[in-house]
Design a protein around this ligand. Structure first.
Ligand SMILES: [Fe+2]
Ligand SMILES: [Fe+2]
Length: 469
């Protein structure tokens, strides 16, 4: 799954934070509105209660108490006053008669206002038209301009009555709601602006410089040139660019050391390989000098083998191994006594049998090696006298059971023997050699190999002329 980008994470976190912040702010605003509207309405209730008290006292003094209903009704028509009544105390009822109007059930706290002599407010807000029920007691006092004791036959401090007022909070709540909607809209607009600005800032200050830095860092490594840290506006990216330059310098320096070491190792490997090939070749030449072979036999046979293998189309690696191993094809002759190997005349049957043991001797000398060239040399030493029809030695294997290296060396070795002058014979004419080798097609030699040889006879002749004895 693709991981989110820095921009996505930041925008997501910022949005979450802003939404949470908006909810908290709206909550605080809502609670404040609730508190303020309650305080305002309660103050209003107290003011109205004072007004009622003053109005009723005035009516009493003017002896127009029968007109007080008009006054109360006028007050009830005031904005937000849904209901208003005055509940008289038993003392006032006894003195002046029953209450102006019956109290509503909703004013359950009227008794509490009588007993506590303090205003009691009840908030009923979980409804579509929230209200406050205020029960405000009139306490008899002789202080101030209204001396209650002048009209009422009661003790000072007696509750004369309770003004019950039902006030609506709907207007305040409506204002609060509109205000909160306004705040929400402002918060949304600011939130969007903040998120957009953050997104743009991240794009310009992080994403684009980061992509640019990655490009420049790659270029810096491959093109061996430092990242130009002045290209970056921020301090952080400048530091990273400098670190990349230091890192690249170290890598490039180490790479140069490794390359140098590799070159040394490669050179050493070539040296070792060349030394091995030269050693093998020298061993072949030593053997060649000891036997009756003509000089340059080893080098010619090696070149014939390389030519044949090339024309056969076998891999370059195998061709090289074959060419390196061919000089050892007669190494087994080191195990043949000088009296036989250097005998000028014809060998007796027993001597010939001894001579025929050189492939096995050579194989025994080389077979334990794990090196490719010496393993190939062991095969060649063992099989270069085998024949395609199975009439060869030492094992009499036939056809493709004889390794291709053995088949190649067999043909090359015979060609060299026929095409060079020996003490007991002259060199053969090329046409005669071709006839003999063609005649051995499918007998001594691999038929396909004979075809390749005939097709490329000019190359063989050229090698013979170049390295004639
Ligand atoms: Fe041989
Ligand atoms: Fe040979």
């Amino acid at each position: 799954m693709t991981k989110p980008s820095i921009k996505t994470i930041t925008v997501r976190n910022l949005t979450t934070f802003l939404v949470a912040l908006s909810i908290v702010i709206l909550g605080i605003v809502a609670l404040n509105f609730r508190y303020l509207s309650k305080e305002i309405v309660e103050d209003k209730a107290l003011s109205i209660a004072e007004l009622v008290k003053a109005g009723l006292t005035s009516h009493m003094k003017a002896e127009i108490m029968d007109k007080r209903d008009y006054f109360i009704n006028e007050l009830m028509s005031l904005k937000e006053v849904d209901f208003l009544t005055v509940v008289r105390s038993p003392e006032v009822v006894e003195q002046f008669g029953p209450a102006i109007a019956p109290a509503r059930n909703s004013f359950a706290d009227t008794a509490k206002a009588f007993s506590s002599r303090k205003p009691v407010f009840t908030l009923d807000e979980w409804r579509s038209d929230p209200k406050i029920y205020a029960a405000i007691p009139y306490v008899a006092s002789k202080e101030g301009s209204l001396n209650c004791l002048g009209c009422h036959n009661v003790q000072e401090g007696t509750v004369l009555g309770v003004v019950c007022i039902e006030l609506s909070l709907t207007n305040y709540r409506s204002v609060a709601l509109k205000f909160m909607v306004g705040i929400s809209l402002i918060a949304i607009i600011f939130g969007i602006l903040i998120v957009m600005n953050s997104s743009k800032t991240i794009q310009h200050l992080i994403k684009e410089p980061l992509e640019s830095l990655i490009d420049k860092a790659q270029g810096a490594y491959f093109e061996r040139r430092p990242v130009n840290y002045d290209d970056f506006d921020s301090f952080e990216f400048e530091c990273v660019a400098k670190e990349i330059n230091i890192f690249n310098d170290n890598i490039i320096h180490n790479q140069e050391i490794i390359n140098k070491k590799n070159e040394e190792l490669t050179s050493l490997n070539f040296e070792i390989e060349d030394t091995l090939k030269e050693t093998i070749f020298t061993m072949g030449v030593i053997e060649e000098k000891r036997s009756k072979e003509t000089s340059n036999h080893t080098i010619r046979v090696t070149k014939y083998c390389r030519l044949l293998a090339d024309k056969l189309g076998i891999s370059e690696k195998k061709v090289n191994i074959l060419a390196a191993a061919t000089p050892l094809h007669d190494i087994g002759k080191l195990g043949i006594p000088d009296s036989i190997l250097m005998k000028p005349g014809k060998l007796t049957k027993d001597e010939y049998e001894t001579m025929k043991s050189h492939p096995e001797v050579g194989f025994a000398m080389l077979r334990h090696s794990e090196r490719d060239i010496l393993k190939a040399a062991a095969i060649i030493a063992y099989e270069h006298h085998e024949k395609w029809d199975g009439s060869g030695y030492p094992r009499g294997v036939r056809g493709e059971d004889i390794h291709i290296y053995g088949r190649i060396v067999a043909l090359a070795d015979v060609f060299d023997a026929l095409s060079t002058k020996r003490v007991y014979k002259e060199s053969w004419a090329i046409d005669d050699i071709k006839s003999v080798i063609k005649g051995e097609r499918g007998k001594h030699f691999d038929p396909h190999l004979v075809d390749v040889f005939i097709e490329n006879i000019d190359g063989f002749v050229k090698i013979r002329e170049e390295y004639h004895s």
